[in-house]
Design a protein around this ligand. Structure first.
Ligand SMILES: Cc1cn([C@H]2C[C@H](O)[C@@H](COP(=O)(O)OP(=O)(O)O[C@H]3O[C@@H](C)C(=O)[C@@H](O)[C@H]3O)O2)c(=O)[nH]c1=O
Length: 186
């Protein structure tokens, strides 16, 4: 029996991954990423860096972010404390699902992971205070290749479950361009 369940979302390249947890009276144990188990299930990305962030306020929104080639990144995202609404937007111009998005709640409790491949912009909104997110990426960080799209672009129209009228944003995320003005993937 596999130690992971991999389920495609409405945009099939974006996948939800659920690790199998071995529960016992102490709690549980689970493998959170095992390449040899995941490659046969179609998750063959090679990850080279692990990232972690803490967002103190509920309603903190990070994104929409991506890196351009040759530093484009696949991401494997999970939430280890609190809850997030995790979103991937298809920004591959030639894709039949260009501009479409999928959103999945990831939490410390549900232990789900979202695979966000190259060609997608990624963002998350925290649904609880003190939320910690951990994610693997398939290319290193390059500030020169860092790119983003505004979280509230009406051409994308993400249905954010905002806990108040405005999210908490970084200064950088407050001035991101619309998708129509952004450099995207072919
Ligand atoms: C992403 C990243 C940032 N940094 C630095 C740059 C900056 O000084 C500080 C904070 O960076 P940011 O404001 O870009 O962090 P943040 O807004 O959390 O950016 C992240 O958002 C989510 C949604 C993603 O998908 C990630 O790929 C990443 O873009 O950390 C690194 O050194 N390495 C990295 O890999």
């Amino acid at each position: 029996m596999s130690k992971f369940e991999v389920t495609p979302t409405a945009i099939s390249d974006v996948k939800v991954i659920k690790p199998r947890a071995f529960e016992d009276p102490r709690g549980y144990f689970m493998e959170t990423y095992t390449r040899s188990e995941l490659v046969p299930l179609g998750v063959d990305q090679v990850f080279v860096q692990d990232n972690q962030s803490l967002s103190r306020d509920i309603g903190t929104l990070r994104g929409l972010h991506y890196q351009l080639p040759p530093f484009a990144q696949d991401k494997l995202v999970r939430c280890i404390r609190g809850r997030i609404w995790d979103v991937a937007v298809d920004i591959r111009r030639s894709s039949p699902t260009f501009r479409q998005w999928v959103g999945v709640e990831l939490s410390a409790d549900n232990r789900l992971q979202l695979l966000v491949p190259v060609g997608f912009a990624h963002a998350f909104l925290t649904l609880e205070p003190d939320t910690e997110v951990v994610y693997k990426v398939s290319a290193g960080y390059s500030a020169a290749h860092d790119a983003g799209i505004r979280w509230d672009d009406p051409d994308i129209d993400i249905d954010w479950p905002l806990p108040s009228s405005q999210p908490v944003l970084s200064a950088k995320d407050g001035v991101l361009p619309a998708l129509s003005d952004a450099i995207v993937f072919d």
